[in-house]
Design a protein around this ligand. Structure first.
Ligand code: PMP
Ligand code: GLU
Length: 396
């Protein structure tokens, strides 16, 4: 008999699609994957070299639970250099990926029944993480026409006396939306006025193709004190498997997070921490190279999708995802199945054309499926050719 809490948590749809895709591939099926948002590039060599050197130097023991001082200093320097934010190493908690940093955050700030506002479409894990910490997720729906953006007024209207926090994710997974400085400033004013925390997930900050990244924490001391900034090395440095993410918060929250982590998991992997220092101090060259590839892929995909009858998409300005609108296909019959939902579409597309995309339901975006373009141009060309053939009913 499992707990009520465990029964209320659904599996990650992004990770389930990815494992289904990997299983089909291992079985020799000719499948193309656009599921999990995971850079296809290898981790840069200087980062791998730092990890090998760490092993040879015997850096294979426990470190402080919140991360080595060297890494927390490198993270604090990064915040100063890139975001104009002053943090001490004691404000930084390094965790097993940004996912773990987010779970620690909700554990540290939520009491049972506290509400957390989440603009939708959102990354699938946010509501489940809030529930894990006994909080109540409250979504605000945004639309494609409004660029998938929530306004300060909409946030104000959603705040109740139970609201404890707001989650922001700019650039966004899954929509690729990027908030402007002015939009963030207006949201920050509401957060300060209503005294609610802002959990700002900035993991895609380096992947912006139009516009600039602004950390909401950087406007003034009041909003900085209320913001927990989440970031990590997974996406920026193609280091998804290394599992290093981090959070920056005020003294009280950072201490609570470090305490929680000291019992739950202790320090993140000592070797990966050494590699993360090399990543954060090694310059931008590799990041820019990967970004150029992502941008080329995005431009190609958006143009192709919009040239195919029955589907469309808007231009995402950041991250590496495209939300394809499938609303015109709903009610239509394809290969003997009437498409009634994003799940129907994704299942049929995988079964018939052997292409894995993530259905929008998990993002609270029922009229969409998500493509990740963190995959090779060859795969992208192949995946879109299959989409065209699939929609014109040409598969057997
Ligand atoms: N936040 C967002 C918005 C993400 O897309 C991801 C991707 N997994 C994460 C956090 C977590 O990243 P990781 O745990 O690999 O650092
Ligand atoms: N965040 C990525 C995605 O949305 C990786 C999978 C996951 O951690 O959910 O695809």
């Amino acid at each position: 008999m499992i707990s009520k809490k465990a029964m209320g948590i659904s599996p990650s749809p992004t990770l389930s699609i990815d494992s289904k895709f990997k299983e089909m591939k291992a079985n020799g099926e000719d499948v193309v994957g656009f599921g999990a948002g995971e850079p296809d590039f290898d981790t840069p060599q200087h980062i791998k070299d730092a990890a090998i050197a760490a092993i040879n130097a015997g850096k294979t023991k426990y470190t402080p639970a919140a991360g080595t001082l060297a890494l927390r200093k490198a993270v604090a320097d990064k915040f100063k250099r890139e975001n104009g934010l002053d943090y001490k190493p004691s404000n930084i908690v390094v965790s097993n990926g940004a996912k773990h940093a987010l779970v620690n955050t909700f554990m540290a700030i939520l009491n049972p029944g506290d509400e957390v506002i989440i603009p939708a479409p959102y990354w699938v894990s946010y509501p489940e993480m809030v529930k894990l910490a006994d909080g109540v997720p409250v979504s605000i729906q945004t639309t494609e026409e409004d660029g998938f953006k929530v306004t300060a007024d909409e946030i104000r209207a959603a705040i109740t006396d139970k609201t404890k926090a707001l989650i922001l994710n700019s650039p966004s997974n899954p929509t690729g939306m990027v908030y402007t400085r002015e939009e963030l400033q207006a949201i920050a004013e509401v957060a300060v006025e209503k005294n609610i925390y802002v959990v700002s997930d900035e993991i895609y900050e380096h992947l912006i193709y139009e516009g600039e990244h602004v950390s909401i924490a950087s406007f003034n001391d009041k909003i900085k004190d209320l913001t927990i900034v989440i970031n990590g090395v997974s996406k920026t440095y193609a280091m998804t498997g290394w599992r290093i993410g981090y959070a920056a918060a005020n003294d009280e929250i950072a201490k609570a997070m470090a305490n929680i982590q000291s019992h739950a998991s202790s320090n993140p992997n000592s070797i990966a921490q050494e590699a993360a220092v090399a990543a954060l101090t090694g310059g931008d060259e590799e990041i820019l190279r990967m970004k150029r590839h992502f941008q080329k892929r995005r431009d190609f995909m958006v143009e192709m999708i919009n040239s195919i009858d029955g589907v469309s998409c808007s231009m995402p300005h950041g991250a590496f995802y495209i939300m394809m609108n499938i609303s015109k296909l709903k009610g239509k019959e394809l290969y003997g199945t009437v498409i009634t939902s994003s799940d129907d579409f994704a299942e049929l597309f995988l079964k018939v054309a052997k292409v894995a995309v993530v259905p929008g339901r998990g993002f609270e975006a029922e009229d969409f499926v998500r493509w990740s373009y963190a995959t090779s141009m060859d795969n992208i060309v192949e995946g879109l050719e299959r989409l065209k053939k699939f929609l014109s009913g040409k598969y057997e």
